[in-house]
Write a protein that binds this ligand. Sequence first.
Ligand SMILES: [Zn+2]
Length: 248
Amino acid sequence: MKHRVKILLPGFPGKADLSYLGWSTVSLVEVGDKRILFDTGGQGARTQLTAALGAHGLVPADIDMVFLSHLHYDHCGNCALFPKAVFCLTEREFIWAQQCTSDPFLSKLEAEHLKHCKVQLVEDGQEVVPGVTALLSPGHTPGSASLVVNDGGERWYLVGDAVKNRAELTTGTVDLSLDREASANTIARFQKLKGVLVPGHDALIRSDGRSFVPVGHPSVEIAFPPGLKVNPTYLAGGHTGILRITLD
Ligand SMILES: [Zn+2]
């Protein structure tokens, strides 16, 4: 059976001081005539997600399954768009999300919404459809999960926030983890994989198990209403690379 992975919304690794950007990767996995969405992005990306599906000739009702890597707001904010889909996530994540009251990134709203959806709880190593396997990838959240897909001989790993970006994959050091030791173990496992790795907040990365080569350049355009003067300033010193845009 033919498997194909398409990036619908590219992830972005930047941070901002005004609020969390949380622009996460959304991927489409096609297996024969079945369509699986890997994560849904945040609610702020809803228009872009619908447009990206449209660009592939699809509407939300064409999605058969939504696989949720975890229940942070920036990955599961558009579940309501897919009333026909079965929602897959790990039992550990589902239970944690119902009980947790301390993680500011957990979407309690979506955790509640999922109770009224068709939900399939998956375990580590479980095949969700033929040729597509769930992989428990804990640390970032207790029940974070990835998907492994064989795309015509090439192996794809959709990893969500188990690996958020190229820096985490290269250094093994993670930002924002509920269990740093578990995250380090998860990343150490992913560092050895050969194939294409799709992080939660970065361009896809080709890996031969030793070196990691990002493909593509994440970018964002911030537009202001006509007539406003924008004054961009690079901060020097320890903050190189941070672009601050200030309205005059
Ligand atoms: Zn997250």
